[in-house]
Design a protein around this ligand. Structure first.
Ligand code: M7G
Length: 328
């Protein structure tokens, strides 16, 4: 029998397929973007401390620095070339010939500024934990039993973890309210689904949304028991429905999962395009929501007792705690 909670309607904000854009749409967007340009560039006074990591393949860079004496982390990322603007780019750019040989030639192409944007994320004031999160470091696989969680991990995450103020802001509509794709307001099984801040929403190839539960006090996978099945099933069903309706992407094209360990200890579920290798979607960190549901159906306390594996960076305090406890 289908759960009653699952039948409750998920209220979509706008059923249009926003990421499927025509040329006309992109031109309208450009107008929107122009109107929304920041009057002041908050990054103009940025002083570099250190490049934390960068990747030529991913075309991104994570930078630690200061803005007005406050610690800051900036993430710069070149975004994919979009099919809906590629002709405009080819027709409207400046070209500089680099070499020509027979039928082969290479150029440097300078696109018009509106087609040459860099997705930029700013965290300010940033904590040292943010700096460490983005620093390239050696990683280790930790093996955590249910007892380890109680004696090592839980006290650690209670003493030091990222603020979830941004989550509260979303749930209370104090931030990102206009970005909400769908919401079920029920306090027990409800959630808010919205684009993850890693996704610029310009193309579906790297689609990334996050569903944040309304219910407080569920830190992570470890807290889940069979009592949370209606919540998880509700997110799974309505999240997939909302993504199909809004973006035209069927469930067979989605990877729906939880991270263990998460960075933010308020339960949330990741929805990413299946073809996109999102950071943290590897088997050592991602747990498919469908598997989580089945595991809890088989054993209501599955995640309380089960040994879980997760990657930890060399500088992470949690790694030190596992070493101190001679568990690594
Ligand atoms: P996680 O598994 O706790 O940590 O996921 P991770 O960042 O190590 O993956 C939290 C998810 O929320 C990530 O996918 C973040 O990109 C996303 N996220 C984090 N913040 C601070 C925000 C935010 O302010 N807004 C939105 N929309 N997403 C965020």
């Amino acid at each position: 029998m289908e759960d009653a909670a699952v039948k409750r309607v998920c209220e979509g904000k706008d059923a249009s397929h926003r990421a499927k854009k025509t040329k006309e749409d992109s031109e309208n967007d450009r107008e929107e973007v122009r109107e929304e340009w920041e009057l002041e560039n908050v990054l103009s006074g940025f002083k570099l401390t250190k490049v934390l990591s960068d990747s030529a393949r991913e075309k991104n860079m994570f930078i630690h620095g200061k803005i007005d004496e406050e610690e800051a982390v900036v993430i710069l990322e070149k975004t994919p070339i979009r099919e809906d603007t590629v002709v405009e780019m080819l027709n409207g750019s400046r070209l500089k010939l680099e070499m020509k040989n027979d039928i082969y030639s290479t150029y440097q192409l300078q696109p018009p500024p509106h087609l040459n944007e860099i997705k930029t994320t700013l965290i300010c004031p940033a904590t040292m934990k943010h700096v460490k999160k983005y620093q390239h470091q050696e990683i280790f696989l930790v093996e955590e039993t249910g007892e380890d969680y109680q004696s090592i991990t839980l006290p650690y995450i209670q003493s030091t973890s990222f603020s979830v103020q941004w989550v509260q802001n979303i749930l209370e509509k104090k931030a990102e309210a206009e970005r909400i794709v769908c919401e079920d307001p029920d306090p027990e099984v409800g959630f808010v689904l919205l684009p993850d801040f890693k996704w610029d929403q310009k193309q579906l190839d790297n689609l990334y949304l996050v569903a944040i539960v309304h219910k407080g006090g569920i830190k992570s996978l470890r807290d889940l028991t069979a009592e949370h099945l209606p919540l998880l099933q509700n997110i799974y069903l309505k999240g997939k429905e909302a993504i199909l309706e809004r973006y035209g992407l069927p469930a067979s094209k989605l990877r729906v999962y939880l991270h263990y360990q998460p960075s933010y200890y308020h339960l949330h579920v990741h929805f990413t395009a299946l073809g996109y290798e999102a950071p943290g979607c590897g088997v050592e960190r991602a747990h498919l929501l469908a598997d989580v549901i089945q595991n809890l159906q088989l054993d209501p306390k599955f995640y309380k007792s089960r040994t879980l594996f997760f990657p930890v960076k060399k500088d992470d305090g949690l790694l030190l705690k596992f070493k101190e406890a001679k568990r690594l």
